[in-house]
Ligand binder design. Structure first.
Ligand SMILES: [Zn+2]
Length: 499
C-alpha cells in the first residue's frame, strides 16, 4: 500500500541537513529531531517521504497464511513447536551506485551497512533505541495497554500489558557469495549502474515508475538466490518519488489450487526489500527523522509476513489480537503522550477505546525514534513464515553455511571502528563513545597526544551497547588520538580535536 503523508504535517522547514547520526540504545540521537516528518533528500532538497510502498498480498494468501498461523499456535500449545525458536537470516545488501567512491552516498560505507545490521538485531531482540521509554508509559499505574490486554483476555506474556517481544531472529552478513567465494566485504555487493549500462534510479520521477524500474531492472540484474539470502537493495532516488522503502511478502504455498499470493509477494527476481540509502542504518549519511535504521526494520516485518497495524484500511485488521485497531497510519514524532489516539476505533474486539493506538509498533509509520516494538503475535506470524513459507524457511538452513562470524560474536582481530562512534569531533571537552558491539567486550579506552604520550585512560567492563561519556575539558586544545582496544587484537583508533 502506498500511503502519502497528510499535508498538514508537512511544514517545509529546512531545519536539519545531512548528519552523521550516531546513537546508543536509549540515548537521544546526536542530531536534533525535526519538528515534522519531512526529510532532507541528499543534495536534492527537502520533501515529505512516503514511508512504505509494500503491496499487500491477496485475500487467498491471507486465508492460507492465517490458517498456518493458527496451526503454529496450536502446535505451540501442544508443545510440538519450540516456543522460543531462534533463527539466523543471512543478508546481502546490494549497494547500487553510479561512479561514487566507497563511502560516498549512495555508495554507502561498510560502517553504515554494519550499523543497519546492528539496528535490526537490536530491534528484533526488543532492546533497540527508545525501548526504555515504553516502561515509563503508564495509565492509572498500569503498564502500557494493560486495560486492552484485560478487555481482550490476552494470554501470557501480554496479560499484564503488551510487552516488547524478543523475536529470536538474528541477522548476519553473508560471508560467501552465491558461487561460494568468501566476500571481501561480508554482506555487501556493490554494483555500479553506470558500469552495467543501466539508468540512474534517481532519474525516475514517480513511485510507480521507480518501483517498476527497481523490480524490472535493478533487482533481476543483481538478486542473489532469494531462497538462501535475504536481499536488500540500497539506492538513491528522486525527491519526487520520496519513498523510504518497500518489501515483498513471503510466497505462499506451491500446492495447486491455492494462490501463492498477489503481485506483492515473493518472486525469484524481486524478493526482498528496497530501502532508500539515506535511511539505511544509524551511522553515516542519513536524514532525520528517518535516521535510526527503522525503515528496514519495518520493511523486513513485511518480508516476514506482517501487515501494517491499521490493516491498510480504517480500523481494519492486521490479524494480531495484541495490537489495538487503528484508524489510519500514524506519523508520530517522539516524545508524545500516551495513550495516543484513544477511541478512534470504538467498536468490536480490538477496539482502542482504552489505551489508544500502538504508534510505537514498527509496523506503523512513526518517525524512527518513536517506533520500537514488535508484539508477541507479530513474532508468531514471523515464525510461521519462517517455518511455512518456502522462500523463508530455506533461509535459516542456508545461514549455516553462508553467515559471517558477525552473528556469533566479534572476532579477536575485528576492527572496532565499525562498532564505535566518536562524537562530537571537534569537541569542546565532552566526548561520547557510542558502542554497539555484536558481543560483550571489556574495553580499554586511551587518549594520546601527537607526541604519543598517554593523557587519558579508562577501563570499561562488560560493554555491548552503551553510550560512554568522558570529560576531557582538562586537556589543552589540539589534536589527539583515541584508541580503544578489546580483549584481543581488536582495536579502533581515531583522530580527535579538542577546541
Ligand atoms: Zn509498510
Amino acid at each position: 500500500m502506498n500511503k502519502k503523508l497528510p499535508i498538514n504535517v508537512t511544514k517545509w522547514i529546512l531545519a536539519v541537513g545531512i548528519t552523521a547520526s550516531l546513537h546508543a540504545q536509549n540515548q537521544p540521537p546526536s542530531s536534533a529531531p525535526l519538528p515534522d516528518n519531512t526529510v532532507q533528500f541528499i543534495g536534492n532538497g527537502k520533501v515529505k517521504p512516503n514511508r512504505c510502498a509494500a503491496k499487500t498480498p491477496d485475500a487467498s494468501w491471507d486465508t492460507w497464511f492465517n490458517q498456518k498461523v493458527a496451526e503454529y499456535k496450536q502446535a505451540q500449545l501442544s508443545e510440538r513447536t519450540e516456543a522460543n525458536a531462534t533463527y539466523t537470516i543471512p543478508i546481502v545488501f546490494h549497494v547500487i551506485y553510479g561512479s561514487q567512491a566507497v563511502g560516498t552516498f549512495p555508495n554507502l560505507s561498510k560502517a553504515q551497512i554494519v550499523s543497519q545490521v546492528n539496528v535490526l538485531n537490536n530491534d528484533y531482540k526488543g532492546v533497540g533505541f527508545n525501548t526504555s521509554q515504553y516502561a515509563l508509559m503508564k495509565l492509572n499505574g498500569h503498564p502500557a495497554f494493560y486495560d486492552y490486554a484485560v478487555a481482550n483476555s490476552l494470554p501470557a506474556p501480554d496479560n499484564n500489558g503488551i510487552i516488547i517481544a524478543n523475536s529470536g531472529i538474528t541477522f548476519c552478513l553473508a560471508a560467501k557469495n552465491p558461487s561460494g567465494a568468501t566476500m571481501a566485504e561480508p554482506g555487501i555487493d556493490r554494483v555500479s549502474y553506470t558500469a552495467k549500462g543501466w539508468s540512474d534510479p534517481a532519474s525516475q520521477t514517480s513511485i510507480n515508475g521507480f518501483t517498476s524500474y527497481i523490480d524490472g531492472t535493478i533487482k533481476p540484474g543483481t538478486i542473489w538466490d532469494p531462497t538462501k539470502y535475504f536481499n536488500v537493495w540500497l539506492t538513491d532516488e528522486n525527491q519526487a518519488v520520496g519513498l523510504l522503502g518497500y518489501s515483498t511478502f513471503p510466497d505462499g504455498t506451491t500446492l495447486s489450487g491455492l494462490s501463492g499470493g498477489g503481485s506483492g509477494n515473493a518472486s525469484a527476481t524481486t524478493d526482498g526489500c528496497w530501502v532508500w540509502a539515506g535511511s539505511c542504518g544509524d551511522v553515516g549519511t542519513l536524514s532525520p527523522p528517518y535516521n535510526l535504521g527503522r525503515t528496514l526494520t519495518h520493511e523486513s516485518g513485511h518480508y516476514f509476513g506482517l501487515r501494517h497495524v491499521w490493516g491498510d484500511g480504517t480500523c481494519a485488521t492486521d490479524y494480531c489480537t495484541d495490537i489495538p485497531q487503528a484508524a489510519q497510519a500514524n506519523y508520530v514524532s517522539w516524545p508524545t503522550t500516551y495513550p495516543y489516539n484513544k477511541g478512534t476505533c470504538s467498536s468490536g474486539a480490538g477496539n482502542n477505546t482504552q489505551d489508544g493506538e500502538m504508534f510505537m509498533n514498527f509496523m506503523d509509520y512513526s518517525n524512527d525514534s518513536a517506533m520500537w516494538m514488535f508484539t508477541t503475535d507479530q513474532v508468531t506470524r514471523m515464525h510461521t513464515a519462517l517455518a511455512q513459507c518456502p522462500d523463508r524457511s530455506s533461509l535459516t538452513t542456508a545461514a549455516n553455511t553462508i553467515c559471517a562470524p558477525f552473528a556469533a560474536g566479534i572476532t579477536e582481530t575485528a576492527d572496532l571502528t565499525n562498532y564505535i562512534g566518536v562524537y562530537p569531533n571537534p569537541s569542546e571537552g565532552q566526548l561520547f563513545l557510542e558502542v554497539s558491539l555484536p558481543s560483550t567486550l571489556d574495553l580499554n579506552v586511551e587518549i594520546v597526544n601527537t607526541l604519543g604520550q598517554l593523557v587519558f585512560t579508562k577501563k570499561e567492563s562488560g560493554i555491548r551497547t552503551a553510550l560512554l561519556s568522558y570529560d576531557l575539558s582538562a586537556l589543552s586544545q589540539g589534536v589527539y588520538f583515541i584508541r580503544v582496544t578489546g580483549n584481543g587484537d581488536n582495536r579502533m583508533v581515531k583522530k580527535i580535536v579538542i577546541k
